[in-house]
Design a binder for this molecule. Structure first.
Ligand SMILES: [Mg+2]
Length: 477
């Protein structure tokens, strides 16, 4: 079994700035060194997770190829999809405090009409994709589909498949609303989903700061009792007790104290049996001194954003702050060990790869729906590459429009497409970044262009694609 020491938490999480992996050219990331890949070496206890190559293959077979097959709409212009596409962040780009940012609706309608593929790529979460898309359609007044919508936890569904599937295993989920998190994971297909509230309700002494009488959070009975035998884990007793195989943070947790207590307990446990303490912890001659080396559950975060733009006039702490708290505490508890965990969402490459596949699929489906395979229009004809049997040509460029240099921009700048697609980063000023707060736009955080808002971003891209010379896109003026 390979062992990999993950040098995380040696840099602050703001951090991601200073700690992106080597392929981003700025050092190491807390998560990306091996975490995101769900690899078998990600964490000692994560051997149930699939290696990256298998994940990639399954994606091509399942979610990636769902594309727009079933509800592809051909825009009114009747034009074939061009060789470029867009990926939009939502908060701070299309919406601000749940209200559309001026120009957002017009832009999306324009793209729909001209069959210019786009995907909404958000680090947000906390609702099932169908519910979120309905909500977005109502707010933006634009027809959308779950097929062009990726939120932070969407890729967790990949862990349902394959020989190491978590489908029938017991997993712990947390986020802004425990029951909502449970329901999302159940809808994804995870069969045994428990929350911190279930654990607290089973034994309130696990978190003594919460008076049991005032704990009103909904909970459900645990499938098995918690281990409560004193002394080292007893192999005879273990099988009849609750074992947790993975921990998922779906979106921004609210009850940090309870969540961190239980997550820490599990990371200290023997093989995820809550209530045990691993005999390998703090063993000097073992790799990582034995921490997270005893089959503990893998820990996954869906969103590394430290800050986000909300109703308050200054950015607010996000899930990345919770992650920093867990990692900081782990360092103290272990006397300096880095926390091994997996991260998805922007700026991690898996999310961009997911988006690119969906966009490419959309272009093919639109051309098929139009009944032709005669190449593409706009922005230069494309010579090949992708296309399969559709003749649609390669997807040459994707414009990533975002408001966060550390996620949207860094992810697009650092992503290297296997298909040769160029990702062009465009930063808007309607969200979390502002010149006044001194956000530095250097290195991997430097966008190709800074514009006022999403309308400016799309106009800039269209001009770059030569659409202004062809007289197209005047509807946006
Ligand atoms: Mg944003």
């Amino acid at each position: 079994m390979a062992s990999v020491a993950v040098p995380i938490s040696r840099t602050p999480l703001r951090g991601l700035a200073a700690s992106l992996p080597a392929r981003f050219g700025t050092g190491l990331s807390p998560c990306m060194t091996n975490g995101l890949r769900f690899s078998s070496t990600f964490v000692a206890g994560a051997r149930r997770a699939r290696p990256t190559a298998e994940l990639g293959r399954r994606r091509r077979e399942t979610a990636w190829t769902r594309g727009f097959k079933h509800d592809v709409k051909v825009g009114g212009s009747g034009r074939k999809p061009p060789s470029f596409a867009f990926a939009f962040d939502i908060d701070g780009v299309l919406l601000h405090v749940a209200k559309p940012i001026p120009g957002a609706t017009r832009v999306l309608k324009f793209l729909n009409d001209y069959n210019i593929p786009f995907i909404l790529l958000t680090n947000g979460g906390g609702k099932h994709e169908t519910e979120r898309v309905k909500d977005l359609e109502a707010r933006l007044g634009v027809q959308l589909s779950t097929d062009n919508f990726v939120q932070s936890h969407t890729p967790f569904q990949e862990l349902l498949e394959g020989p190491n599937s978590l489908r029938d295993k017991t997993v712990l989920v947390t986020g802004s609303d425990y029951e909502k998190c449970r329901s999302i994971f159940k809808e994804y297909g995870f069969k045994n989903v428990i929350t911190p509230a279930d654990i607290y309700a089973a034994d309130p002494t696990i978190f003594p700061f919460q008076p049991a009488a005032s704990f009103t959070t909904p909970s459900q009975p645990l499938p098995k009792p918690l281990y409560s035998h004193p002394g080292p884990p007893n192999p005879t007793h273990l099988p009849s007790h609750l074992q947790i195989h993975a921990i998922f943070v779906l979106n921004d947790p609210r009850d940090w104290a309870l969540d961190i207590q239980i997550i820490t307990d599990l990371l200290l446990s023997h093989a995820g049996y809550l209530g045990t303490y691993s005999p390998l912890n703090n063993t000097p001659h073992l790799p990582d001194r034995g921490w997270q080396r005893d089959g503990q559950p893998a820990l996954y975060f869906s969103n590394a954003d430290l800050l986000w733009s909300a109703g308050y006039h200054l950015p607010r702490l996000g899930q990345g702050a919770f992650q920093a708290a867990v990692a900081g505490l782990w360092k103290r508890v272990t006397g300096g060990e880095g926390l091994k965990r997996g991260c998805i969402g922007k700026p991690y490459r898996e999310t961009y790869r997911f988006a690119e596949r969906v966009l490419a699929g959309h272009r093919r489906e639109v051309v098929r729906a139009m009944g032709g395979a005669a190449g593409v229009s706009g922005g230069g004809e494309s010579g090949g590459g992708d296309s399969g049997d559709s003749g649609v040509g390669a997807l040459e460029r994707v414009y990533m429009v975002g408001d966060n240099p550390e996620s949207d921009i860094a992810g697009a700048n650092g992503y290297v497409s296997e298909e040769g697609t160029e990702w062009v980063s465009v930063l808007v000023k309607t969200g979390v970044w502002s010149e006044e707060r001194g956000g530095k736009l250097e290195g991997v955080f430097k966008p190709k262009e800074v514009v006022g808002d999403v309308m400016g971003a799309v106009k800039w891209a269209l001009k770059r694609e030569g659409w202004d010379q062809e007289g197209k896109g005047k509807e946006l003026d």
